[in-house]
Write a protein that binds this ligand. Structure first.
Ligand SMILES: [Zn+2]
Length: 92
């Protein structure tokens, strides 16, 4: 799926995401990073495989304190590409 700010905002709203920041406590606006952030999945702590299994997430930054929060795209109901691993079922 191509990143679409509108689709991501709709998905976050459908999940009832609040606007209160968990770090600074401000009821604030959030900046949506314009693209997916990928979290790498590895079987051991010493290996980081570039281009290996990863899962896409969307990132929001608090406009007051800069705190970043992440939401797994698949769990938001976004149509991520088939074959991409989820956090609970990483591919080998
Ligand atoms: Zn904040």
């Amino acid at each position: 799926m191509q990143f679409s700010k509108e689709r991501v905002i709709q998905a976050l709203a459908a999940k009832g995401i609040t606007t209160t920041c968990p770090r600074c406590g401000q009821k604030t606006t959030w900046e949506l990073v314009d693209g997916f952030v990928h979290f790498d999945v590895s079987a051991d702590s010493q290996t980081h495989e570039i281009g290996g299994p990863a899962f896409p997430a969307v990132a929001l930054g608090c406009n007051h304190c800069g705190f970043l929060s992440f939401h797994v795209a698949q769990l938001l109901g976004l149509d991520v590409a088939p074959g991409q691993p989820s956090p609970s079922s990483p591919q080998e």
